[in-house]
Design a protein around this ligand. Sequence first.
Ligand code: ADP
Ligand code: MG
Length: 567
Amino acid sequence: MEALRQRLRAIDQKGYKAYKAIEGEYSFPAFTLAIDHVQGDPFAEPSKIQVIVPRVKTVLTSEWTNTKPRRVRCEDVLARRVHHELRQWPARARGSGKSGLVSIDAPGQKVLERTAVCITDETIAICLSVGLPANGRRILAKEAESIFFQQIPAVIERAVYGLREEEIRPAVELADQQHAIRRYLHERGLVAFVANGAILPRESGVSDKPLRKGAVPFQSPPELEVAIPVPHRAEPIKGMGIRKGITLIVGGGYHGKSTLLQALEHGVYDHIAGDGREFVITDSGAVKIRAEDGRSVANVDISPFIGTLPYGKETTRFSTENASGSTSQAASMIEMIEAGASAFLIDEDTSATNLFMRDARMQALIAKEAEPITPYIDKARQLFHDYGISTVLVVGGLGDYFEIADCVIKLEQYVPSDVTSEAKQIAAKMPSGRKAEGGVSFGRIRERIPLPESLNSQKGKKAKAVARGRHVIQYGLTDVLLYALEQLVDDSQTRAIAAAFLYMERKGWLDGTKTVRQLLDAIEERWDQHGLGSISFRNGHPGEFARPRRFELAAALNRLRTLRCRQ
Ligand code: ADP
Ligand code: MG
């Protein structure tokens, strides 16, 4: 500790580069401070430090972290507490650039595995970003001293040592309950569950917080209600269960269809208490599929949906720099089958109509031979039968789907009802007259093997692999655009994806023998065994990552314009 003080005093008023001298580990009375990475100048990304607290001095005994979901929850609680305490300190810069700004990679409405706090058997490591203070580029050592010797000890004292069991208990119990529901879904053949009383609508289109005024709480139709026993409460949790197979969500415009589907999209992650979606739980393999014209596609066999294109363009090895609505959506589906999805969540609002329907009249006018597209309606059943992939589809205008649906849920003024038998009767009484065009099976999925040149982080002499917000990764000379990934929910997930690309590149994983699926498995295994931060190249600092699903990782790889694959 005194060593740090001395080093700081020795570099006071010197040029900013002299800060490098403080990299290293220091022991404080209450923790060990590791200064892993010192920024190059006051305007650069802040310096990275870790505060390592011995667990024995906190209330965090091992029972609170004896399962993975519990440990992640405790890490989440601590990250929120540290964030809260840091905010009690003046946020203004103490000098130039980011001088004096101290922050933690704080979670939002979701509980994700993240590197901000890492609990092991003996320690709690808290990762902070610190803007080392300067006036211009001249070191302000006194200001730095106050950060390390006053602010951080005070924050750790309150946030970590001040943690009480009363605060951990409800969070851990909620984690246990959410986990129990996930397991139940898995065991009972359900794709999703929406508890009675859940609040689905959000404050606004750009907020993940619940709508405060006038939200109609969810209430399951009696026919679809399931009661799921969960720990830490006597009564089971009741709500709507969506079974595997093909489910339609129908209803008039503005009656809440997309809102329900979005809640299902987000239900692949756990939410904090008070969010309204605590007990909206979706199979973690459920993937939103949407149209995204303009995206690139690298050697995907989209022939199950789209046959030979005009001028004989083959679709068994379809590549483009500029996909259309239907080809982009078809490619996304095949890519997500390749990545191992268990369900597709689809909203007509964001879909290519011609990929979903060709009605009897259009079949009569345009011969099958002249239409490359086989609509989803003729493929959804095969997709479930051949690959076990369920569909949850929002449709307001495509009644032909009644025929293939296992369940039809109607929303009226945000209230759901089960109209399956009514829809089936209508389908029987008013035949659609269309012919099935889908053939006898879905079709083979050819696994792709990415080639080594796909990942090239070099930009001039330097490597560049950075996330710019949530939806852009700058990788070498290309920008990967992720605006269409609606289940990418945290900027730190995007950072983790950028880091995973760099890791795969530097480790030579894309050696021309591994399939996309094998690469995804390998990254997940790395994260499971060595931790999310183990892909960081930052001097022992685990980075500021939140764990993305394999599907978002795959989706980002698939949108890399330099991706080259062989089948
Ligand atoms: P649809 O997809 O059926 O056209 P949306 O899901 O887009 O409808 O919902 C329309 C509007 O209603 C949105 O502003 C949404 O926030 C709001 N809304 C949805 N569900 C609820 C609800 N349960 N309570 C209150 N408002 C809701
Ligand atoms: Mg809608």
